[in-house]
Ligand binder design. Structure first.
Ligand SMILES: NC(=O)c1ccc[n+]([C@@H]2O[C@H](COP(=O)([O-])OP(=O)(O)OC[C@H]3O[C@@H](n4cnc5c(N)ncnc54)[C@H](O)[C@@H]3O)[C@@H](O)[C@H]2O)c1
Length: 173
């Protein structure tokens, strides 16, 4: 897709994979709009200035933030690209070493990761796609593209049976 002059949203664009993608899309002629947390404003603005883009303080767990950011992107140029890189990682054992409920995976961390990596990503998809649906199609009929980043970890995870020992049964004798 020719993205010259199109608006491109990068979630998590102030750092890591997102920041690298910001530079790549800007080189290809897109007007990049960086979505990242307020605490990343200094890094995000500096990168946005470097590539002629815009930084928006957007927490992807906030629908209101996302709508405000998408509206900003639409005002700059037709929105045709969304790349989702905002996310956090949290690795841990599903079953604790002592086999007790208390040491099982931290469920609050699991919920936090899901709220950002899964729900936040989908909220950005549905709202950016809605904005893209209102743009004029390009010559080939395409209006825009959405790219989501993921980890290879789920496909390389080792099986529970191979990695864990069954907790010892409590003897009553
Ligand atoms: N780098 C890798 O090799 C790798 C491998 C597998 C998976 N991942 C996953 O890909 C994602 C990006 O990785 P990265 O290395 O670029 O990480 P990173 O920490 O450098 O960048 C993530 C960015 O997302 C932002 N962010 C976090 N929560 C946010 C929220 N609620 N709203 C908006 N922005 C938010 C952070 O502020 C940060 O700028 C992460 O979820 C990471 O777990 C990375």
């Amino acid at each position: 897709m020719d993205i010259t002059g199109a608006s491109a949203i990068l979630t998590g664009g102030a750092s890591g994979l997102g920041a690298a993608t910001v530079k790549r899309l800007a080189e290809k002629g897109a007007r990049v709009v960086i979505f990242d947390l307020e605490k990343q404003t200094a890094r995000g603005k500096s990168l946005a200035d470097e590539v002629g883009g815009v930084f928006c303080a957007v927490d992807v767990t906030s629908t209101d933030d996302i709508i405000a950011g998408v509206d900003t992107a639409k005002e700059i140029a037709p929105l045709r690209v969304l790349v989702n890189c905002a996310g956090i990682g949290w690795a841990g054992r599903t079953i604790g070493k002592d086999g007790q409920y208390e040491s099982a995976f931290n469920i609050d961390m699991f919920k936090l990761v899901m709220s950002i990596n899964l729900v936040g990503t989908f909220d950005c998809i549905r709202l950016a796609a809605t904005a893209m649906s209102q743009t004029e199609p390009l010559a080939d009929g395409e209006r825009g593209s959405i790219v989501n980043t993921a980890s290879v970890a789920p496909s390389t995870a080792r099986s529970v049976s191979a990695r864990t020992r069954r907790p010892r049964a409590v003897s009553s004798t």
